[in-house]
Design a protein around this ligand. Sequence first.
Ligand code: ZN
Ligand code: FE
Length: 255
Amino acid sequence: MGLELVTIACLQDNYAYLIHDAATGEGALIDAPEAAPILAALAARGWRLQQILVTHHHSDHIGGVAEIVAATGARVLGAAADRHRLPPLDRAVVEGDTVAVGGELGHVLHVPGHTMGHIAFHFPASGLAFTADSLMAGGCGRLFEGSPQVMWASLQKLAALPGETLVCSGHEYTMSNLRFAATIEPDNPALQARIARVGAARARGEATVPSLLSEEMATNPFLRARLPAVKAAIGMAGQADDLVFAEIRERKNRF
Ligand code: ZN
Ligand code: FE
């Protein structure tokens, strides 16, 4: 039956996610921007929290960890490489490690670029990928620490997951990401359809995450840098994928 998923809006435009295994009553939180809405979401469902899985060290992803640990006793798991700049970790992980939530196993993926220690969590049985500020809905995170080559390799790792995977990313940036995407591929019909859908969802005050990986493959310019049509559209026909990605990222920085 898979893990239940709850998307929680936090701060200005952040998202945290709760996953819950109904059979065992075990739950995990992915990222903790702030405590109050997360503790409220747990209380509303009568759920207990065993683990907090942290994607990266930025304060808008860890600011609520201490308060949530104090309230729930949850164990904190994060990247070994970022131990020195994360809240105290009960478990430090690297790529290939697994995280059990009830009866399900999540896999740790190292996805550097936004930060060098950024990790993602993939739960294949439930088809969930928690990508935070690596792959985002319609976009990708800014390259604060990694080179374009590093981020491109991370995105390829995520692009290899099954198309029906739900991409659970860290921010409500989708509309501005898609507006930028339309400057790269103005004639992409899947992109135009997504812009209409996302606009309607935002008008209703709804979150635009999670998103389907297959839809990201069809509309997210940062995943599409390898396509000849995209290369040609920005005047880089025949150039290497990572260089095309770098140019698209540079244009987004100026957008
Ligand atoms: Zn971040
Ligand atoms: Fe963030």
